[in-house]
Design a protein around this ligand. Sequence first.
Ligand code: ADP
Ligand code: MG
Ligand code: MG
Length: 252
Amino acid sequence: MLSITNIHASIEGKQILKGISLNIRPGEVHAIMGPNGSGKSTLAAVLAGREAYEVTEGSVSFLGKDLLPMLPEDRAHEGLFLAFQYPVEIPGVSTTNFIKAAVNEKRKYLGQEPLDAVAFMKLMKEKMAMLQIDQSLLSRSINEGFSGGEKKRNEIFQMAMLEPRLTILDEMDSGLDIDALRIVAAGINQLRTKDNSLLVITHYQRLLDYLEPDFVHVLYNGQIVRSGTKELALEIEQKGYDFIKEEAGLAE
Ligand code: ADP
Ligand code: MG
Ligand code: MG
């Protein structure tokens, strides 16, 4: 699904990622944990193709294609979905119309006919029922005045409608209380299939109780310093990140 090989990346001339390699197979859930400033969001940004980030070395293959030369929107059309870091607010554009445009852009890219109004409504209703999303959320301007929890539910709805192969969640848990977190995580779990994969970026273990990762990687100072199973996340929750730094011989 996704194969990251020795990625080095910098922003404004400052090197942030220092040789990241990671393989994600279909159906797998990988978590990336790490202290603040370790480069987690930078990795997500590089995968999404954000302009400010310069990849100086390494390669990424996504579903057999070379990802890095692709435009951000084409990455999305190919099945990559990055959620939560920068929720857009667009006054005057309803969530429904925003999603309809996104769905049909993707279909166009894939050489498919656009969905007509009837087919689109049918798909909307199906996904709304699945995620227990309220109709009123969808008629409001996208993200305008939404609470943190509503923004995240809305993104999960977008994800459901776009049916990505790989979803990257960057700090989905930030700003969510425990009830909202549980609802959002349950929505994500409902969208999981044996063909789709998740890359969950988080500072805290809490979210991983709900999204049970197959693998956990610890990012520190731009490198993956340790990989393990979900027990590694529990160990970090108990001991903090210091022991990882010490073990890696990186203590400052
Ligand atoms: P994390 O998500 O793990 O908290 P980030 O990827 O956001 O870490 O940041 C990694 C490092 O890159 C930090 O030292 C941060 O200060 C730096 N950084 C992030 N964005 C910028 C930017 N726009 N300009 C300069 N430095 C940045
Ligand atoms: Mg941060
Ligand atoms: Mg971050």
